[in-house]
Design a protein around this ligand. Structure first.
Ligand code: ACM
Length: 546
């Protein structure tokens, strides 16, 4: 077999033109690829063999692929002896946790990894190498198709451990099926964190059994559209929420795709929906009327952090979230929290004196510290690491210790560096250009959204994470995340349109070595994705497809 080296190492990169990379429509681009001549043909019954692994989970990973493969192609995977297997899943404990090798020869395909997730990612890559995206999309292929793979040798692992996508469902509620579709596409792009922004001034979306009014009252508002500029609230009763059973179903769906869910309850700011549900202890001015917010922007109606019942409320909410979401991280928000209500409240003024500060932001930190202490007293399986938006850096974060993570969005590069210099870990989700709810073009067909159309696929792609960061700080950079805020986006189809294909660009920043990332090359590989989006039934920005 003649192996043609594909320039994915430094030396080879100089030797071959960039266009040659388009031969393989892979996103994210793997760390090392060597293409060869010839193809592997799947047989009507392809013999497979899988190494033993606790819980039979490697077999499970293969079976998940097998089901979709059979549905799309009518071909079957059958179990056989390792020696005779055309498709082998082989353990190699020396490979990195999410890494894998995929070695396609004319007679045999060997997948190697150290953990189920590595095999899962190898099979995502394999699915992108197939002649149709029907397998990846989970549909039936109607065109006559020869089910082959090109001969290739891939050795792959991610650049960053955190490759995320955030969806704001506080402003609008899209429902389970929509989330599951997004999780499917995330998995195809090897994204591994779904940050679920579940609460806002405009809606509380997760059932909390101890506080039923959070969803009886807080999940509903009297307008579908959010008022801003010329747009006026429409008076329509509107909302929705996830029951805990719904959330658990989504947790399982995500886990099956090796995605961790990072639930966010944004407190004590962005909390007017909660305040409207329980003003008697959450509000700084319970004597006044409170309603779920109908407007865009930042509400000043924040939680009264000096009220002992408000602190208890937050602890109780955390207890239920910990129970529903069995993952390592919990996001408590912390962005855009006006302190004006605290400044006018005698109890808050007194608490500020008591903690020896003159900076009202420190009341927020003091609130978080009590929640952190509460979590620290839980059993090991319920420990959670806290994430905050980067505004908490405006206070003294020392009381929260070093075991917190800063999600950097506003002035993201500087904020992330500040966090890293304080010894904290950080995640890059720069508002510009990673807020992919913003318009992605200046086309007249672009839906109403924020921005001027300058956050194009190319601009998103070309953001360089962790640029010029000294080596000693780099380990504190956990990775990248695209965020989708929904003030302007009422329907799921527009969420999809704005998300894709820009999410693919962010996924590649999270996975692929920076030295290999070139936009023209990405654009070529991207062309195959329209087949995927069409078959998957997700809308997408079509103007970047030829
Ligand atoms: C944010 O965009 N307010 C985190």
């Amino acid at each position: 077999m003649k192996i043609k080296k594909l320039f994915l190492g430094l030396v080879a990169a100089v030797a071959l033109p960039v266009a040659a990379q388009s031969e393989l429509p892979l996103i994210p681009l793997p760390a090392h690829v060597e293409t060869g001549d010839g193809v592997f043909h799947f047989q009507k019954k392809t013999v497979t063999a899988v190494d033993a692994y606790p819980g039979d989970s490697l077999q499970w990973v293969l079976d998940q692929f097998g089901e979709k493969f059979t549905q799309a192609s009518g071909y079957k995977l059958v179990k056989g002896k390792a020696k005779k297997a055309a498709l082998r899943l082989q353990l190699d404990p020396s490979l990195p946790a999410e890494g894998y090798k995929l070695d396609v020869k004319e007679k045999q395909v060997v997948v190697t990894a150290s953990r189920p997730v590595g095999f899962f990612y190898a099979l995502q890559t394999l699915q992108q190498l197939l002649p149709s995206r029907a397998v990846l999309a989970g549909t039936v292929e109607n065109e006559a198709t020869e089910w082959t793979l090109p001969v290739v040798s891939i050795a792959d692992e991610p650049r960053f451990g955190w490759r995320g996508f955030m969806l704001d469902e506080g402003r609008h509620f899209y429902g389970k099926e929509e989330i599951m579709k997004i999780l499917d596409v995330m998995a195809a792009y090897k994204l591994n964190r779904f940050h679920w922004h579940l609460t806002e001034d405009q809606g509380w979306r997760i059932e909390i059994k101890k506080y039923p009014k959070l969803t009886e009252v807080g999940a509903w508002r009297n307008s579908k559209v959010l008022g801003w500029g010329d747009v006026k609230p429409d008076g329509q009763r509107y909302g929705g929420f996830y029951t805990q059973d719904d959330a658990r179903e989504i947790v399982k769906y995500a886990r099956d795709r090796f995605i961790e869910i990072v639930p966010e309850v944004d407190i004590p700011g962005h909390s007017q929906a909660a305040v409207a549900a329980y003003p008697e202890f959450l509000s700084c001015d319970p004597q006044n009327p409170h309603e779920v917010w109908l407007w865009q922007g930042v509400s000043a109606d924040v939680i009264n952090v000096s009220h002992p019942q408000a602190v208890q409320f937050a602890k109780d909410v955390i207890d239920e979230l910990t129970d529903i979401f069995p993952f390592g991280y919990l996001h408590l928000g912390g962005d855009e929290c006006p302190t004006s209500k605290w400044e006018q409240n005698a109890d808050c003024q007194q608490l500020l004196k008591q903690i020896g500060s003159q900076n009202y932001r420190d009341l927020q930190i003091n609130f978080y510290r009590q929640l952190q202490d509460h979590i620290a007293r839980k059993p090991a399986a319920q420990q959670r690491r806290l994430i905050f938006w980067n505004e908490v850096l405006h206070g003294n974060t020392a009381p929260l210790g070093k075991d917190i993570t800063i999600m950097a969005w506003v002035g993201a590069d500087g904020a992330a560096r500040d966090a890293a210099q304080r010894g904290l870990t950080t995640i890059l989700s720069p508002q510009i250009p990673y807020y992919i709810n913003r318009r992605q073009s200046t086309l007249e067909t672009e839906p109403r959204s924020q921005g001027h159309g300058t956050e194009t696929v190319e601009v998103v792609y070309n953001y360089v994470p962790m640029k010029d960061i000294p080596a000693d700080l780099q380990p504190r950079y956990m990775g990248v995340q695209a965020n989708f805020w929904t003030e302007w986006v009422e329907d799921a189809q527009t969420v999809q349109y704005l998300t894709f294909p820009r999410l693919a660009a962010v996924a590649e920043a999270g996975w692929t070595p920076q030295s290999l990332r070139k936009y023209p090359n990405f654009l070529q590989r991207l062309q195959a994705e329209s087949d995927y989006y069409e078959k998957k039934g997700v809308d997408y920005g079509k103007h970047v497809f030829k």
